[in-house]
Ligand binder design. Sequence first.
Ligand code: 5AD
Length: 368
Amino acid sequence: MTALPDLSQSVFSHEEIVALLSVVDPQDVEAVRAAAEKVLLKECGNGVYLRGLIEASNVCRCDCHYCGIRKSNTKVRHYTLAQNDILLLAQQAANLGYGSIVIQTGERQNKTFLDALEKTIQLIKTETVSDALPQGIGITLCIGEQTEETYRRLFKAGAHRYLLRIETTNPVLFSRIHPADQHFETRVHCLQRLKKIGYQVGTGVMIGLPGQTIEDLANDILFFKEQDIDMIGMGPFIPHPDTPLGGVACPDEATRLHLGHMMIAATRLVLRDVNIAATTALQALDPAGRERAFRFGANVMMPLMTPGEAREDYNLYPGKPNLKETNNDYQVSFSAFLNEIGRTLGQNQWGDAPHASRGGGNSPPFSS
Ligand code: 5AD
């Protein structure tokens, strides 16, 4: 049994991160959790920021072996939201005080789709009305690998944050869970391109993939740090029956859920001033799993705004909870939950990670 590292330090070695992720004894778990919460409050404050999640299209050119909306899954009913629907959802997000939205789609690189998206972003920026948001509503994109030119156009149109998960930083595992035409290096280049253009950049991994080790997960956290990442979104892997990984053995649900929370805490301890989302996959494994993540260092919530008919078709993994998160009662009870744990709902703010305005972490704090 490995001893816990010094939890008050700000630089952790690979071995120490492995030790953080390996804790199972409830007292040790609590010590790591409390340390992560302390770092969060010191570096980011007690606000929890909202991004209204709009799953704008489930059409995808990729065939990732884990994903329910993969190209080869013929059971998927395809949809693309109309521009006007997206504009209405953006206005609804502003009215609810969310401050920002995430537009997520399958990976599509065709011109018609990208031109329409560019226009939609411009219209959201100019037409969403809110006195509380003088710079307009914040827009995060999550639309996969694209060319540098596309990333630039969409940035210029008004998107300022981008999420692109690396899924795993073990290149062998990466190639096992993706078809041969998808490359780990391409993802890394995309992340670097996004950063260079000026986006605040988010990435993340799936936790509990078949064959993934604790050492891999520790490397993932070090990768986030090396790449100077501003935002993290990660959650447990959930096998989808209509995918090639659907029947492959992976750790049991309780282990994946536990590791999901420990990854959040360890990432908070190592990266400190980044935004970390409490993801829906945590909730798919346990109704309280996502809210628990806020106690382990998460500070971003992404209420699902996709309209009813479409949300069933954006089925990345089974058991995705069909949440009524945009109704007022939900917001009141979520806010009450946050108050109980000493946090506040950060309304009408973009809620950028402090890391992004600190000029990034290119010079790591390895002073001695
Ligand atoms: N289990 C958990 N997460 C998944 N994703 C896709 N499929 C699954 C699954 N079966 C995640 C990937 C992707 C994000 C949009 O959803 O990490 O980047």
